[in-house]
Write a protein that binds this ligand. Structure first.
Ligand code: FAD
Length: 302
């Protein structure tokens, strides 16, 4: 069996695996797609110490760093269940069962897509999901934020400080964000809020040039010219495969303590699949290191 088995091969998992292997213990990492969300990212400018890199390049260097250690890398394998017996058992979709004394779950998350024409086509060409990451790319431009919940309104306030104009589109007749955020939003001069509207299409040629929406009251269709669209309708953790084996929030995020420990002894979690306050590469890597040191601590005490 493994001493530490990491499930998930994004920044959190890579970091956890390296920290474990550096303790000289038997370490494995199983990932559906090594690199995780980083593989879908273009420019990265907030990985501190590296002024600029690109997703696939960072993913390749994560993999290279992991392979520098004696880590059993099982790529293109999806975990479908976890059970604690004498050891912790992780069942893969292939039918194989991996056994380990401790497990670090780092299966990440995915942005919920709005699913309109143009969204997939213009991803990274004007369609964005992370204001902390891509906001500065739209300096001086007009952007839309789809979604009037807390994350959408936080994004709109954040972007309004960088871009020329922000148009917020909310499907419901009212914004769902906290009232303090709404007050702040409405105090800003360069924000337009459209409520009760349905986004129909993100338009463009080689990159985004506008958005088409329908006013749900009048059924009239409108088109706004702009250069960017931030989709903010939720980040979904990849944790369904755990069922009720590990305690999760109502959003499905795994609840961890400050050692990265879950409610199940020996099972730790890190990165975007957890209830961490913010979801970023550098934060995931830090929490991967924390969970790994937490797992090591657990192993020497049990
Ligand atoms: P992920 O990167 O999501 O990795 C999860 C891993 O788990 C993957 O290997 C996946 O295949 C695997 N997995 C999932 N389910 C299973 C399963 N059942 N069995 C086995 N393996 C599984 N952050 C920044 O800091 N800067 C940026 O510029 C930036 N830009 C971004 C741009 C885009 C388009 C996106 C989508 C995200 C961006 N982010 C950025 C956010 C950043 O990518 C994430 O915070 C980070 O990747 C989270 O790392 P993670 O290891 O927790 O999860």
């Amino acid at each position: 069996p493994f001493d530490v088995l990491v499930v998930g091969g994004g920044p959190a998992g890579a970091s956890a695996a390296i920290y474990a292997a550096r303790k000289g213990i038997r370490t494995g990492i199983v990932a559906e797609r090594f690199g995780g969300q980083v593989m879908d990212t273009m420019g990265i400018e907030n990985f501190i110490g590296t002024k600029y890199t690109e997703g696939p390049k960072l993913a390749a260097s994560l993999e290279e760093h992991v392979k520098d250690y004696e880590i059993d890398v099982m790529n293109l394998q999806r975990a479908k269940g976890l059970e604690k017996k004498d050891l912790i058992e992780v069942e893969l979709e292939s039918g194989a069962v991996l056994k380990s004394k401790s497990v670090i779950i780092s299966t990440g998350a995915r942005w919920r897509n709005i699913g309109v024409p143009g969204e997939a086509e213009f991803k990274n060409k004007g369609v964005a999901y992370c204001p902390h990451c891509d906001g500065p790319l739209f300096e001086g431009k007009h952007v839309a934020v789809i979604g009037g919940g807390n994350s959408g309104i936080e994004a709109a306030i954040d972007l309004a400080g960088i871009v020329k104009h922000v148009t917020v589109l909310e499907f419901l007749p009212e914004l769902k964000a906290d009232s303090v955020l709404q007050e702040r939003l409405y105090s800003l001069p360069n924000v337009t809020v459209l409520k009760n509207v349905q986004t129909k299409e993100i338009t463009g040629t080689d990159k985004v040039n506008g958005i088409t929406y329908v006013d749900r009251e009048t059924n009239e269709e409108h088109h706004v010219e702009l250069e960017g669209v931030f989709v903010q309708i939720g980040l979904v953790p990849n944790t369904d495969w755990l069922g009720d084996k590990v305690e999760r929030t109502k959003f499905g995020e795994i609840i961890v303590d400050r050692h990265g420990a879950t409610n199940l002894p020996g099972v730790f979690a890190a990165g975007d699949c957890t209830d961490s306050a913010y979801k970023q590469i550098i934060i995931s890597m830090g929490s991967g290191a924390t969970a790994s040191l937490g797992a090591f601590d657990y192993l020497i005490r049990n």
